[in-house]
Design a binder for this molecule. Structure first.
Ligand SMILES: [Zn+2]
Length: 144
């Protein structure tokens, strides 16, 4: 077997799948060939990693994670979100009030109140021009 053949069969060698003669041949090649030895070492590392038990979280893991989170409690976060939600309409109302206060109103047009009052005054004035009951009676008495 040459270097490239052995390179491809190192996994079989590593796994013990080769017969004794092939294993001896590859063993001798490994003694002399650095790249093939490195390839075998990589297989060993991968194998150790795959066979090792999965890392488990220690008893303090959850506490350590929680201690790194921001200090704000969920209730405080909710309060912050609620106050921001409430402040949006407040700001909108303040902006509308400011707009109405700053925009000049037209002075030439009379307001609805002024129009209604002037109508009432006109009715009242018209009513005062009507003759009173005494005047009507007097007129009727004086009439021939
Ligand atoms: Zn080699």
């Amino acid at each position: 077997m040459d270097h490239s053949e052995i390179e491809e069969r190192i996994f079989e060698f590593f796994d013990g799948e080769l017969d004794a003669a092939a294993s001896v041949e590859i063993g001798r090649h490994l003694d002399a060939c650095g790249p093939c030895r490195q390839r075998l070492e990589r297989w060993l590392r991968v194998s150790r990693f795959l066979r090792a038990p999965a890392p488990r979280a220690g008893p303090d893991f959850a506490a350590a994670v929680m201690s790194r989170l921001p200090r704000e409690s969920p209730a405080a976060a909710l309060r912050g979100r609620l106050s921001r939600a409430i402040m949006v309409p407040v700001y909108a109302f303040a902006a509308a009030a400011l707009f109405l206060a700053l925009v000049p109103r037209p002075e030439s047009q009379p307001s609805t109140d002024a129009l209604l009052l002037s109508d009432e005054e006109a009715e009242w004035a018209a009513g005062s021009n009507e003759p009173s009951a005494e005047e009507l009676i007097g007129l009727s008495l004086e009439a021939p």
